[in-house]
Design a protein around this ligand. Sequence first.
Ligand code: G3P
Ligand code: CA
Length: 276
Amino acid sequence: MTLARQHPIQVVAHRGASEEAPEHTLAAYRKAIEDGADALECDVRLSADGHLVCVHDRRVNRTSNGRGAVSALELADLAALDFGSWKAREALRSRDEEPDWEFRPEDREQTSVLTLERLLELVADAGRRVELAVETKHPTRWAGQVEERLLHLLKRFGLDAPPSPAESPVRIMSFSARSLHRVRAEAPTLPTVYLTQFVSPRLRDGRLPAGVGIAGPSIRIVRSHPAYVERLKRAGHGVHVWTVNEPADVELCVGLGVDAIITNRPRAVLSQLGRR
Ligand code: G3P
Ligand code: CA
C-alpha cells in the first residue's frame, strides 16, 4: 500500500538500516543514507578512555565477538572487536537462508566499533542533508560526562549552536530528563527529545520536562493512547515515535500526524510513504 504524504514526516533509521545490516556500524548507516533516510538514530556511550562510541547495550556481548561493559573497555579494545558477524549468523538462523548482508573481512571498517566522531564525518560527507538523532545512554552514571563530550564534539563540527532548534540537523534524545536538562543548559538551541516507554500520569496531559520541545513515545504508547499524541500536538510539541517497523503502525503514525518515524527498515517505510 502507498500512503499519500500528508505532511513531511521524517524517516529516521534506527541504529542505521539495522534490519538489514548490523546495528550501529558504518555498514548500517551507509545503507540508511543510500536508502534515502532523512535522519540517523544512534545511541552513545563512553568508553573507559572517554570516547563516545555508538553502542546500544551496556555490554558488547550481544553485538560483537567480545565481552564486557563498554565503560570498562578502551577504544583500542573495542576497535579490536567484530561488530558485524553476529548479524549474519542471526539472519541465517531466523531466515534459514543466505543473509542479504554478509560480513567480509576486507570491510573491517564497516563493522568495527563506530565512534560518534566517525558517524558525524559520514553525515558531513553524505552529499545531502541527513539529520542525526543522538541518544544519551546511562547519562546519570557518568554524571554529565556524556553530555560534556557530546557537546564538545558537536562544537568541533559546528553543530552545537544552531540559530534555532527547527534549523538544527542534530537533536539529542534521552529517557533521562536530567540529561536533556544538561544539554539545554549548555546548548539552548539544540533540540531535545524526551523518550518514554510508558505514559506516566504526570505526562498524560501532554506536558514534557521544562524546555524540551519534542516527545519520543514508543509505538506501544501510540497504539494504546492515540489521544496522547493529539494532546502533545495541541501543546505544540513535535512527536517522534520509535520503533515503527510494521506497515499498520506506519499508517497509524501518518494518520495521527506525527513528525518522525524511527524505524529499523527505512527503505520499506519510505516505500510505504510513496517516497521510493
Ligand atoms: O529512538 C529511540 C529508541 O531508540 C529508544 O529505545 O532501546 O532502541 O534505544 P532503544
Ligand atoms: Ca536508541
